[in-house]
Write a protein that binds this ligand. Sequence first.
Ligand code: MAN
Length: 159
Amino acid sequence: LQLPSAANSARLLDIKTEIRLSAALYKYRRYDYTEILYYYLETLVKMMSSIANQCFEYSDLEYTYKLCAFDYCEQKPKHGGSGTRLGSWEKWSEPHIQMSYEKGVQCWNGPPRSTKVDLRCGAENRLIHSSEPNRCEYLFLFETPAACQPLPAVQHDEL
Ligand code: MAN
């Protein structure tokens, strides 16, 4: 896929404008929607790579939860004690875009701990919630600008 030069210079923090601009360029060049979708996904991946090697924390009453993006998740008691691995980076999972961390510390009489991370649109990269819907299966909620982009609207009638 050959990207127009404006798209090549896409700045991560101004992704919305760039997507609109490239959608317009694609339209002008009569590229199809699939190519715009490719561009969107590629930009999303770039954006997500901007949080790689960073850790984010969220605390509830008992624990501080840590998400080290594309590395591991951890649960640490707030009032002393060592951290417990809640899984290591495994994959993106479906049906919606969700990060999956698996093979954490074995749960007593249960499975190895694992964590799914839901992404939600937000102005900054921030871990905003953690829960344990099933014992030793954790669910984090992570806000990121990367989840804010709707697919660009293509107006065929203007061609
Ligand atoms: C610890 C924590 C909990 C978990 C139990 C399971 O207390 O990791 O989140 O439910 O172990 O025994």
